[in-house]
Design a protein around this ligand. Structure first.
Ligand SMILES: Cc1cc2nc3c(=O)[nH]c(=O)nc-3n(C[C@H](O)[C@H](O)[C@H](O)COP(=O)(O)OP(=O)(O)OC[C@H]3O[C@@H](n4cnc5c(N)ncnc54)[C@H](O)[C@@H]3O)c2cc1C
Length: 257
């Protein structure tokens, strides 16, 4: 079984973001693998272990995105490829999906293309469904468990607000994974060593055999939310009952309840 897993390099969720002249900045905060993509890698690895498969990690971005790929390699992915091309600057979700689909096709023989549920920077959650549309494959989103998988079909449990939904689809398919699937494993020491030495190939649009896809969406404006005036007060007391009573009085006085 051949599994492609998509990982994005994003600013750390703890980074302090600012918007300067319409550009988002996170200072010198580190870039990290998109946290939701660690769940996707975990799912890919578990499926590969169970079904004698191989995991190929793919990222679209600049040289920095190699770090996300190294994280996937350190977790256990067999290979990693960066897709990078200056013509993809300002690529919107539809354009990115065409590139993701072309990368899956260039890998060849992929049974499952696995995504995280969303990227914590752009936050659209569109990539899995749009990529499935371009490939013409079933899109099984918000997957929390995979009760069965065989050579031709897959049955998944989708996490939806009302509970779980069981869905079946044919292979090849696109999945997006939610955190209920399983806690991502820590990279092993051997994995980190292997990843640090890995040569990561870079595919351009030419290598993928496509020209720069059209972007239909443009960012008209980006602004930071107005700063909120927040004050805080520490509630103290001799014991939990006294603290709780003071807290209840404060909540009532503030009109929260
Ligand atoms: C007008 C516009 C201009 C943009 N310009 C740029 C730009 O110049 N440079 C830029 O980097 N982005 C740019 N983007 C963002 C880029 O198009 C999105 O990152 C991409 O469409 C995926 O959407 P998302 O980040 O919301 O991912 P989601 O759909 O929320 O992500 C779902 C999953 O898709 C996978 N995924 C998403 N993005 C990547 C990726 N890059 N590599 C590997 N896997 C991925 C991950 O598994 C992720 O968990 C732009 C977007 C718009 C709308």
């Amino acid at each position: 079984m051949k599994i492609a897993v998509f990982v994005k390099q994003v600013p750390d969720s703890a980074a302090k973001l600012s918007v300067d002249n319409g550009t988002v900045n996170w200072g010198d905060a580190p870039l990290v693998i998109n946290p939701w993509d660690e769940y996707a890698v975990e799912a890919a690895l578990q499926l590969a272990e169970k079904h004698n498969g191989e995991v190929a990690a793919i990222s679209l971005g600049d040289e920095n995105a190699k770090e996300a790929l190294k994280h996937a390699l350190a977790m256990g992915a067999a290979s990693a490829t960066l897709v990078s091309d200056p013509a993809l600057a300002k690529a919107d979700a539809a354009a990115a999906a065409r590139v993701f689909a072309a990368a899956v096709q260039k890998l060849g023989g992929v049974d499952l293309a696995i995504f995280g549920k969303q990227a914590i920077d752009s936050d659209t959650g569109l990539a899995p469904a749009m990529t499935a549309r371009v490939l013409g494959w079933p899109a099984l989103s918000m997957v929390a468990a995979i009760p069965s998988l065989d050579a031709g079909s897959i049955k998944v449990e989708r996490a939806i607000e009302e509970g779980r939904q069981i869905v079946e689809g044919k292979l090849p398919a696109v999945l997006s994974i939610v955190k209920d699937f399983a806690e991502p494993r820590y990279p092993s020491f051997m994995g980190i060593r292997k990843a640090s030495k890995a040569e990561i190939p870079v595919w351009s649009l030419g290598d993928l055999g496509i020209s720069a896809p059209d972007s239909k969406v443009s960012w008209a404006e980006i602004s930071a939310p107005p700063a909120r005036d927040v004050t805080s007060e520490m509630v103290t007391g001799a014991n939990a009952d006294e603290i709780a009573a003071k807290l209840a009085d404060l909540i009532i006085a503030e009109g929260v309840l």
